[in-house]
Design a protein around this ligand. Structure first.
Ligand code: PHE
Length: 340
């Protein structure tokens, strides 16, 4: 018997020699002290021992069990302390470490202009409407008095997605969507991205427009001019004037191109205005009666005006940006300068 006990003690010493984690130690412990462990088996065998030997056997076995329990207990305590220290070290938080800062963002100059335009026009009673960027041919062209084969379709190089669907070339498409749903009085402002197959220093295949539409009884070109004067003063400065030049758009009649006096030289002529004293900022006109009719609005009762301006163009003029590409490159050195 003593031999068996010595053997078990030897086995225990051997098994725990290189143990490094309390979990493995626990597994080893079960092999000896668990229900079916070696020591427990020995205890069970007591049944077969002759009664007179039982007390002395019991004593040695109990001693063995106690020795084993103490050994595992001590080891466990040591391992747990080491593990706890390691855990604390791993989870250590350096409260003196400075916080990570997220740099403040800034509005893109386009967004600044859009926000400014919206607030100027909202002050004149305009509501904002946003139409879809993927339009169908009807809203972008046909309903705007530009049927298939109309030469004015060549004014804009269109990205077609299918025979019917295209990337809108102008926010004017939104005019139709509004007039179909609403009856006059109508006074809406419609900002949005538009797309044209065009790419150079002053053109980008994607740019932004701001559309305006007013329809009511008795609206005249004078109202358009008055409203544009107000817009130009608010955006470019008190002394800025506007002028209308005759132009052509299929959906307006008459159509005009609107210039503002050059805010850089005050109209005397400089590089920015190419010596003319004027800078073109938008297209506009009185809504063509065919367009009103197509939307179910009686042109003998109601008239209206519409205008559409390029947001990038306004941003370039207002902030003195000479290359449109800068507005699309996301270069933070450029964008940072617009931090309010
Ligand atoms: N949609 C025209 C363009 O993109 C601008 C415009 C809008 C002209 C409204 C007249 C009226 O060129």
């Amino acid at each position: 018997m003593q031999e068996k006990i010595n053997e078990i003690e030897r086995q225990i010493d051997e098994a725990v020699k290189d143990v490094e984690s309390s979990r493995t130690l626990q597994e080893i412990k079960m092999k000896f002290l668990g229900k079916t462990g070696k020591i427990s088996e020995l205890m069970k065998n007591m049944r077969d021992v002759p009664p007179e030997q039982r007390p002395s056997m019991g004593k040695v076995l109990n001693a063995l069990r106690q020795w084993t329990e103490e050994k595992f207990g001590a080891l466990e305590k040591r391992l747990k302390t080491i593990e706890l220290k390691k855990k604390y070290a791993d989870e250590k938080i350096d409260v003196t470490l400075p916080g990570r800062t997220t740099p403040d963002g800034a509005y893109h100059p386009n967004t600044l202009i859009i926000n400014e335009l919206v607030s100027v026009f909202a002050g004149m009673g305009f509501e904002v409407f946003e139409g879809p960027e993927i339009e169908n041919d009807y809203y972008n062209f046909t309903a705007l008095n530009t049927p298939a084969d109309h030469p004015a379709r060549d004014m804009q190089d269109t990205f077609y997605l299918s025979d019917e669907l295209l990337l809108r070339t102008q926010t004017s498409a939104g005019q139709i969507r509004v007039m179909e749903k609403k009856s006059p009085p109508i006074k809406i402002l419609s900002p949005g991205k538009v797309f044209r197959s065009d790419d150079d220093a002053t053109h980008s295949p994607m740019f932004s427009q701001m559309e305006g539409l007013v329809v009511d009884k008795g609206i005249t070109l004078c109202d358009l001019k008055g409203m544009l004067d107000e817009f130009a003063r608010k955006i470019f400065g008190e002394n800025v004037k506007t002028r209308l030049r005759p132009s052509y758009f299929p959906f307006t009649e008459p159509s005009v191109e609107v210039d503002v006096s050059c805010s850089e030289c005050g109209g005397k002529g400089c590089r920015l205005c190419k010596g003319t004293g004027w800078i073109e900022v938008l297209g506009a006109g009185m809504v063509n009666r065919h367009v009103l009719e197509g939307c179910g609005i009686d042109p003998d009762i109601y008239t209206g005006f519409a205008f559409g301006m390029g947001v990038e163009r306004i941003a370039m003029l207002k902030y003195g940006i000479n290359n449109m590409k800068m507005l699309f490159e996301s270069d933070t050195r450029f964008l940072k300068q617009f931090k309010g």
